[in-house]
Design a protein around this ligand. Structure first.
Ligand code: GLU
Length: 394
């Protein structure tokens, strides 16, 4: 059963977010897994080949990469355990450019282009900034560039930090509506008990790798202990919480051992490796549920019959040309209702224009809107990904 679900998820994958943990791109001192000696470019070269393969199969890739602080520690010679906040921020600043330079070099050899995006939690909680980040990522993907995202550690202090890249990668997976989040770390997946801890009783069963988690219950959260590594931030606990988050948005998460050179390939061929967090029941798109049922619409947009058909039957975004009337008072990023000319609700979504701007462009073709706003405009009034359409039986 697990296999068929995996095959279903990995078959014709169109967009995946891959989180690369510090532990899988660092040099290690043999036998001392918690001690690292800086960035290991060989590992990045390795990932470049795997990612090229994934992209050649028609799948877009967004990376969330840790490793800035680890790489910066090496560069600045700050290897002691505890660093002050400014020291950590200096490591992040220095390490981030080193990290990106290494990605640039290694990915270029595979003919792949990369771009850096540094996000902070303020970019993600604010709807407008959230959508701005999303649009940038979409534009990069459209141009076949791999966005490489990290937290903007050099300017954010602990109190306002996202804090770990597992959480960041889950947010990014939801942001770009990925079909799968892959988290690569130095463990094989979630175990029935901590594999590093010696058993307390003689008759205790050896820890077993759990191949699938259907629901992140309190028990599952307990299984995930805490991180005590110098290199990684969150350990299994933040991975499980990240998986919980993506599942609630209808996105599966796969935990894989990134040190196993074939783990991703095997997983994407539907083989049972790592731990898959997924249940068919979670398929309801919660984000869309949120748009449809939680947000209070601040405007009503009436569309003509052509636009209605495009939304309902052809899965399209709403363009200015189909808009006939604009009511209400809204800003970029607000929720609005879309109705047909008989005032029946057709859809709800997050708008890319304010009331005033939409008034100006309603009924216009894209070329006319371009003339009005130069190149500084959105083709879609509401992008399909930010919209829920209501079919007759809804
Ligand atoms: N953003 C941190 C870095 O690049 C890592 C955070 C994490 O590993 O979760 O060093």
């Amino acid at each position: 059963m697990d296999d068929s679900i995996r095959k279903k998820i990995t078959k014709s994958l169109k967009r995946v977010v891959i989180k690369i943990g510090s532990s899988v791109i660092s040099h290690r001192e043999p036998g001392k897994s918690s001690l690292v000696q800086g960035l290991n470019p060989e590992r990045i070269r390795h990932y470049s080949r795997q990612i090229k393969q994934i992209m050649d199969n028609g799948c877009e890739v967004v990376l969330v990469s840790s490793g800035a602080i680890m790489a910066g520690r090496e560069r600045l010679g700050l290897t002691r355990n505890h660093l002050t906040i400014p020291e950590k921020q200096a490591c992040a600043a220095s390490g981030q450019s080193h990290l990106m330079h290494t990605y640039e070099k290694k990915f270029e050899k595979q003919g792949l282009k990369v771009a850096q995006i540094l996000l902070s939690s303020a970019d993600l909680v604010n709807r407008r900034r959230y959508l701005n980040a999303k649009h940038t990522i979409e534009a990069l993907l459209k141009h076949k560039v791999i966005p490489i995202i990290n937290e903007n550690d050099s300017v954010t202090v602990d109190e306002i930090k996202i804090g770990d890249n597992d959480t960041l990668s889950a947010t990014v997976a939801c942001l770009v509506d990925a079909q799968l989040l892959i988290i690569l770390s130095d463990v094989n997946g979630l175990y029935s008990r901590d594999p590093l801890q010696k058993s307390r009783r003689k008759d205790e069963e050896p820890p077993k790798l759990i191949s699938q988690v259907n629901k992140v219950t309190k028990e599952v959260e307990k299984l995930a202990g805490k991180s005590n590594s110098l290199v990684t931030v969150g350990g299994m606990a933040t991975k499980v919480l990240a998986a919980k988050k993506t599942m609630s948005f209808g996105i599966p998460t796969l935990l894989l051992n990134g040190l196993d050179d074939r783990a991703m390939e095997k997983a994407l061929n539907g083989e049972t490796v790592g731990t898959l967090f997924w249940s068919e029941k979670e398929k309801i798109r919660n984000r869309k549920h949120w748009i449809a049922h939680t947000l209070k619409p601040s405007g009503v947009i009436t569309v003509d019959a052509g636009a209605k058909k495009a939304l309902l039957e052809r899965g399209k975004s709403l363009l200015p040309v189909g808009v006939v009337r604009v009511q209400g008072n809204f800003e970029f990023g607000n929720s609005v209702t879309v109705v047909d000319e008989a005032s029946c609700e057709v859809a709800r979504g997050l708008i890319n224009y304010s009331t005033g701007d939409l008034e100006k462009i309603k009924g216009m073709k894209t070329s006319e809107v371009r003339k009005l706003f130069s190149d500084n405009f959105y083709e879609e009034v509401i992008h399909r990904d930010d919209m829920v359409v209501f079919f007759k039986d809804d």
